[in-house]
Design a protein around this ligand. Structure first.
Ligand code: ADP
Length: 197
């Protein structure tokens, strides 16, 4: 099964993608996690993107495309994967289609988590507080200033990706304002219509 999970920053993509990974035994491929890990490891890519990620802007398409092309070619992705935070631009979506076509693969569905914008900043601040309470460093972009940049990038560059997938008949929209378990149930119900592992 090959899925994309779409949604605004703070919509719950990571939470639901992690659950889907457990349920279906396929990897969750989060470009945000991969970029943050590269930054922490201090790789050339990490050094190139750290400032951009921390500010809340989008990393250039070619950087994430290279990471994704390499990642989906690994053996653990052969049975499927959940893309979390990618694609974030229509160009990334088109390039993903091209990458998959070469491998004779296709996406099964795109799950979009719809959340009221007014709820997003509160969720992100909550995550930052909870992370700090666990004694871990909060994400550098989980603050009001970077959040505004992330939301602006989402509206301008990522919102059109939903229409791109709707045109392909792949888009399933889920109410991301519901409690985590209720969102999960909605996703599972949507998944019943396309699961074919
Ligand atoms: P969220 O969805 O909560 O904003 P992510 O962890 O998915 O968080 O992404 C964090 C940051 O990583 C983004 O703001 C951006 O800088 C970078 N990033 C992640 N995925 C992409 C992508 N597909 N294209 C460009 N930049 C990306």
């Amino acid at each position: 099964m090959r899925l994309v999970v779409l949604g605004a920053p703070g919509a719950g993509k990571g939470t639901q993608s992690a659950r889907l990974m457990q349920k279906y035994g396929i990897p969750q491929l989060s470009t945000g996690d991969m970029l943050r890990a590269a930054a922490v490891a201090g790789t050339p890519v990490g050094r190139q993107v750290k400032e951009i990620v921390d500010s809340g802007s989008l990393v250039p398409d070619e950087v994430v495309l290279k990471i994704i092309a390499e990642r989906i070619s690994r053996p653990d992705a052969a049975r499927g994967f959940i893309l979390d935070g990618f694609p974030r631009t229509v160009n990334q979506a088109e390039e993903l289609d091209a990458l998959l076509r070469v491998k004779d693969m296709k996406l099964d569905a795109v799950i979009e988590l719809k959340v009221d914008e007014s709820a997003l900043l509160g969720r992100i601040e909550k995550r930052a507080t909870e992370t700090a309470a666990r004694g871990c460093a909060a994400r550098a972009d989980d603050n009001p200033k970077a959040f505004r940049t992330r939301l602006a990038a989402y509206r301008k560059m990522t919102a059109p990706v939903s229409a791109y997938y709707a045109r392909q008949g792949l888009l399933k929209t889920v109410d991301g304002m519901a409690p985590i378990d209720a969102v999960a149930t909605q996703i599972d119900r949507a998944a019943e219509s396309f699961v074919r592992i």
